[in-house]
Design a protein around this ligand. Structure first.
Ligand SMILES: Cc1cc2nc3c(=O)[nH]c(=O)nc-3n(C[C@H](O)[C@H](O)[C@H](O)COP(=O)(O)OP(=O)(O)OC[C@H]3O[C@@H](n4cnc5c(N)ncnc54)[C@H](O)[C@@H]3O)c2cc1C
Length: 373
């Protein structure tokens, strides 16, 4: 019997959608070309973070954080979850003012956070460089190991009868997909959750790849205790051209330190670039000088799927019949995966969603990828 829904891609988004749709009683098939939880999901830092650059981003990220708390409740270890919190580090008084403004927005949204002065900053994170102004501590943020979470979500769907087909989708048809071996799989509806590779199946989508590098050190338990991000990260994350790096360190539950982050447009070459690594390390050492004495074990890269307005595409694809989109999550797709799946499932199968779906509908863009309004 053909499935109700065929999902292309078993990254965190496809896996979360499979979980949510199967929970609503739909028959789901997931097609994956590589491995469950590969693509950007394997490359991501796994920071679960409330982002407040606009109301829609804050609504999606903070609602998803609530869903993550329910998902990891009692089984944090399976996801390698840690509620480490985030400190947005303010280098000077101007950035501390920005931290205060951020705190007002986040508190108004019910998020637990505190502006901290320099003394508290160094008590919490003694390895930060001297003469910083303070920061904003957001207590509810955390981290997971994304490929593991993707596998757990997909396993839940499979336990409800969903199936996983290994293969590459090379073409979309109305109510079917064609695989690289020439076979066709029929389904009532198709969900595109293939990250940046959605573009090879639907080249007109308003998506651009944004490359990122991540490095990981040997084990140094306690070197840092919170995810540390410079307030300037927001500027870097929103650049729409060129290359940028920002200070972004994460304490893995293993005691390792993840070092981010870089952003580059107009390349899909996954090679790790020594020049970008050098820039990221210089930035990280500038904020945490003792990092210079740690061993970096490995560097890897991934491609974020970026939309023109920085919000994901969640809903019907107006250019293709019976096709739905769940992509375009840029650097926030691990965080926003669960809310994405809830919004998509509510649209496809009915039932409630915790937030308004309208800001994320693909119909906000015209056929040329330009935003309306
Ligand atoms: C360096 C970096 C750091 C990041 N850090 C964070 C972070 O700290 N916090 C956060 O929230 N987000 C982070 N992100 C963003 C996050 O990783 C992505 O938004 C998220 O993983 C996107 O998931 P996805 O399932 O849409 O895409 P992907 O993870 O790319 O998954 C797509 C899947 O589809 C499969 N696929 C593709 N094409 C086909 C096809 N034709 N047929 C069959 N299968 C196909 C792929 O093999 C893959 O498994 C980061 C991203 C990068 C690159």
């Amino acid at each position: 019997m053909k499935p109700d829904v065929l999902i292309v891609g078993a990254g965190i988004i496809g896996a979360a959608c499979a979980d949510a749709l199967s929970a609503r009683g739909l028959r789901v098939t997931v097609v994956e070309r590589d491995a469950v939880g590969s693509g950007a999901t394997a490359a991501g830092m796994g920071h679960l973070v409330a982002m407040d650059d606009n109301a829609a981003e804050l609504a999606l990220s903070s609602h998803s954080l609530e869903l993550w708390k329910e998902l990891v409740d009692g089984q944090g270890q399976r996801h390698e979850y840690s509620r480490c919190g985030t400190i947005w580090v303010a280098a000077d008084d101007e950035e501390l003012e920005a931290a205060r403004a951020k705190a007002v927005t986040m508190k108004a949204h019910g998020l637990e956070c505190d502006v901290i002065g320099a003394q508290e900053l160094y008590r919490l994170e003694p390895n930060l460089r001297p003469h910083l102004a303070g920061g904003l501590l957001v207590q509810g943020d955390g981290l997971v190991y994304p490929p593991k979470s993707a596998r757990i979500l997909l396993a839940r769907a499979v336990a409800r009868g969903a199936s996983l087909v290994m293969g590459e989708v090379v073409a979309l048809e109305d109510g079917a997909v064609v695989l690289a071996d020439g076979s066709r799989l029929s389904a009532g509806q198709v969900v595109l959750a293939a990250g940046t590779r959605c573009l090879s199946l639907a080249p007109d989508l308003p998506l651009r790849p944004k490359k990122g590098h991540v490095m990981i050190t040997d084990r140094y338990p306690g070197f840092i205790r919170h995810q540390l991000v410079e307030l300037g990260y927001i500027k870097s994350a929103h650049a729409s051209e060129g290359e940028s790096v920002a200070f972004n360190l994460q304490p893995r539950p293993t005691g390792q330190v993840l070092i981010g982050s870089s952003r580059q447009f107009d390349t899909v070459d996954l090679a790790a670039e020594p020049s970008m690594m050098a820039r990221m390390l210089a930035r990280a050492v500038d904020y945490t000088p003792a990092l210079a004495g740690l061993n970096v074990l490995r560097c890897w890269t991934g491609l974020r799927a970026a939309t023109p307005d920085g919000l994901p595409l969640i809903g019907p694809d107006l250019s293709r019949r019976n096709v739905w989109l769940a992509t375009g999550h840029e650097g926030l797709g691990i965080t926003t995966s669960l809310a994405t799946a809830e919004l998509l499932a509510a649209q496809m199968a009915g039932g409630p969603a915790g937030i308004d779906s309208r800001p994320y509908l693909p119909s906000r863009f015209d056929a040329q990828g330009r935003a309306y309004g």
